[in-house]
Design a protein around this ligand. Structure first.
Ligand code: SF4
Length: 265
């Protein structure tokens, strides 16, 4: 039975990785052979991912067949979106308008780039998740209830309450252009339905994560250095929350970028 503080951490670490979340989602439907999982989730580090799920008490492996444990089933049920809240299409969604665009702090990874906050109306709420297929590099995050879209170096996060944040933007004018493009794509989908764009894989490596860490090597996270932390975070062996210095206001942009990047791990 999973329930203690250490166990909660094991579950949280196990579910902090996109490949492991994908495996769990597959197992909700039915038990799978190892070959099934390898075909869908890839062979890279598969043993490690399965071991993390087993250690957290979420999945069992017997004779090359992988199943959810009772705890894993209950856990996935609590994470499922309730039918009443789910939205199946965009019908009834009013066209989007951009109502505000403001430039905030520079990004510490590149001080020539800024963080932008904007607002769109109406609030997309349950429809937000439906928009993921529209953008080749989008990822809907259950954890933060937001749609993250990567366009080049720019990360755009659309929240269900209408807030939008953008990092690594050169100017407010660039932000407006990117937002207008998003608005056009979404409004077209509201009128004509969603045409899925070809998916593009987003690769996030430790060098990318390291760029946004405080680089003080303070060891608060339990690692010897920020670089070591970046390696372990990409490997799913530690969680972003352990770097508490990121909660300082001056790192707000970095924290937001890292929260977005981890959805692609
Ligand atoms: S707590 Fe954050 S700033 Fe400190 S060493 Fe770890 S990653 Fe670096």
């Amino acid at each position: 039975m999973v329930g203690g503080q250490a166990d909660v951490k094991l579950v949280s670490n196990a579910m902090a990785n996109a490949t492991r979340r994908k495996i769990m989602a597959m197992l909700v439907e039915k038990e799978r052979t190892r070959a099934d999982v390898e075909q869908a989730a890839g062979a890279s580090m598969l043993d490690y991912h399965l071991q993390m799920l087993q250690q957290a008490g979420l999945a069992d492996i017997k004779d090359e067949v992988i199943t959810l444990t009772d705890f894993g089933k209950n856990f996935m049920e609590t994470k499922a979106e309730k039918p009443a809240q789910a939205k199946k299409d965009l019908s009834g969604t009013a066209p989007l308008q951009i109502t505000e665009v403001r430039q905030l702090l520079p990004c510490i990874a590149d001080v020539s780039k800024f963080r932008i906050i904007a607002r769109i109306e109406p609030q997309l709420r349950g429809a937000l998740k439906l928009l993921e297929p529209l953008f080749p590099r989008a990822r809907y995050s259950e954890r933060i209830g937001a749609l993250i879209i990567q366009k080049g170096n720019v990360l755009i996060t659309l929240y269900s309450n209408g807030n939008v944040t953008m990092t690594m933007i050169s100017s407010e004018a660039e932000a407006r252009t990117v937002l207008e493009g998003l608005k056009e794509t979404i409004n077209k989908a509201i009128i004509s339905g969603i045409t899925p764009a070809p998916r593009e894989k987003v690769k996030v490596d430790h060098a990318e994560v390291y760029k946004y860490l405080p680089k003080t090597d303070c060891k608060i996270c339990g690692e010897q250095s920020c670089y070591a932390f970046a390696i372990r975070m990409v490997g799913g062996e530690t969680t972003l929350e352990k770097c508490t210095p990121l909660l300082e206001t001056k790192f707000a942009t970095s924290l937001e970028t890292l929260r977005a990047l981890r959805e692609y791990l």
